[in-house]
Design a protein around this ligand. Sequence first.
Ligand code: ADP
Length: 802
Amino acid sequence: MNEMLAIIDSTFKDNLDQLTLHRMPGAIPFGGKFRLIDFALSNMKNSYITNVAIFPYGNYRSLQDHVGSGRRYDLDRRKDGLFILPPKNTFILPGDMITFQRMYEHIEYFTRSTQEYAVITAAIIVWNIDFNDVLSNHIKSGADITEVVHQNIRLKTFVLHKKILLDYIEGYDSLEYKTIHDVVESAPNMILNVYKHQGYTRTITDAFNYLKSNLDMLDFNKGQQVYKADAPIYSKEKTSPPSRYLNNAKVENSMISAGAIIDGVVINSVIGRDVIVKKGTIIKNSYIMSNSIIEENAHIEYAILDKQTVVKENTLITGVLRAPYLTQKEQVVTTQHKQRILLAASESYPFIKTGGLADIIGSLSRNLARNNTDVTVFIPYYKKIKDSFTESIKSEFTKTIAYDDKIYKIRIYSYRYKKVKYYFIDSFDFFDTERVYGYENDTDRFAFFNKCVVSLLDDFDTFDLIHIHDWHTSLIPIILDNSQHKGTKTLLTIHNLEYQGKGKSDVIRKLGIENFIFKDDMINFLEIGLNTATKISTVSPTYKEELRYEYYGGHLSQTIVNRERDFYGILNGISSSWNPETDKLIHTKYSLSKIEDKFKNKRFLQKLANFEQKEDAFIIGMVSRIVEQKGFDLILQQFDKILENENIYFVLLGTGEERYLDALQELENRHPNNVSLFLKYDALVPNYIYAGADVFLMPSRFEPCGLGQMIAMKYGTLPIVRSTGGLKDSVERYDSFTDKGNGFIFNNYDSYELRQTVEQAYIVYKNRPTMWSKMISRAMKEDNTVRKSALRYIELYKAIIE
Ligand code: ADP
């Protein structure tokens, strides 16, 4: 038998890692008895792996306490055994996986060990896996690296020869690959193999998965796939008296740990050690951790109560499976309070939209409301909203606002839209404009808006948190600090750092803010927001990481680094109305099972674009603002070359900068049969392109999140993107060998790479139709709905509020 050493990544890498239950991932208690690290270590023991290194995260003392000498997992030995290898720099950043650099810090561990192979895995999986089987499969395949997947879900688990691993560790300084994951993604010379693990598997990346896996274990069938008699999961044993059931107890399909005293109703739940459930209480679909006390007549559904939670009598707690109600250790819960969130922004769909921001405010607020949140949105009442919505919008009240030593009158209008309470702030002096942005006094307009938002707090019940967006609302925290609402929690989300709102510093005086330390006679709205909001976030985990570097974060990168601990990355999603099955705008509706009908939309687009109706035409579509960010320099450098292939067509819908518009026009003149431009906003319904094109191009220099690629995927139009920001987080690279991927990705902001990738896509399209259909199927199945993002925001709000 070939020997293996194992590396366990206990650096929990979800961007919500600072929340309850995510504090110390390697040590999350599981099922009242088990901790996630036990799954990793027991699987090692059962596979005869005798040399294991854990790379911990944060304060790892509890992990150390729990694993002890490793005796339970047969790892207390003189030679080899269990090692916890902390980072040299204790402040490590959440990235995706342990880096080679961190391994290099413990290079002696790797050079001293005698094992021939290495397994790298993460301590966040509930499963029972035989690594010996993975290893034989790996050796048989002849590949360099084997990645373990379960039903196409990647499990951050790899097997490889130690020599290869050592090469990467030793070269950490000179190679572009930071983690084994990067190697698998991008190293050109690595031969990859995929091992498909069968049996119950769930990665615990959030509260939903955590609760779900606990409840799944109540299902005999699923439980047996994890807790096997011949390959047990070991954990720390404690002794408590047996559980007791009193007169009123009724228990169905639940796990009741030792020491618990039950006098209520428990259905489909996991009850930890020494928990007390009193008379009249009902607990359903929940996980109650040890030593909690649930008093009389409480009702609890879909909740995870951390250790020693006390739920007072008559309390109603209702979460949903996808967003369970969470408590922190020792929390006392009385009646559940519905989160009251105020969103303040410069635009929101369907009322007013200039770009992706409006889409997000509209769909996020709706999805928050659907998930048990009390949502209010404040936006300015622009002329365009007045023109199209006056009839349905209700006038509420007037108010006066002091700004720049003058008194301005505003009027508030309201509208209830799908459970969301919208309030429009009408000011003849500032918002009665044709456009949303682009006025000389924009900084005054939005500073005034911020002042209105804070003043209006007097007229509403208290909000638990104000969620502000981009520079237009970035002064709200500092105005709050200078008002009687000081202390109100805020979350500032950066949708695009490129736009910062720079203006004369006398805005501060006009707002009546004192004690402001001026750097010079200009101020930067976003910078002030970043320094004063309670927490900050951005719209994808990768963009969040990128902003720390000057290339992306510019002069604000240091400000971002300073707030690293308060900074989160939550990927945006698209509204569920983007759906080819229900889309009334497209030529012919279609779904994955009727994908032939996508072709009718292609024909229709060909007609609109005046393209020849060629059978094997390859249409590259784009719907985009035409600005530097979106990669138009790369496009203009290479499209003449790309279009030498007469089967390739390019259709673009967009508006933007003059310099690009002219150059694009010239490109169209040179290739009149193969290029079609619609240079307006909505000159053509963007849906025609999403539905009719074969591929969707987004070669962005940077992309905070990007919605276009997600919409395109939903319509089975494969994205071609640069590996940056949200593009990196939402598109999976095409890989012919492992049969994976739902799009095409290039790494560097380099026009030659763009061309190669477009040509690669064309070749797959032309020569590998089966592969192409599989990619379409994977793209269309991707769940990028905003609902998913909303649930993450709910968790984050909660952590901030508490
Ligand atoms: P950004 O917000 O940086 O512009 P996103 O990809 O996040 O980029 O969002 C762009 C949104 O605006 C998409 O929904 C896209 O379809 C839409 N869009 C962009 N340009 C146009 C246009 N000219 N006409 C219609 N819709 C457009």
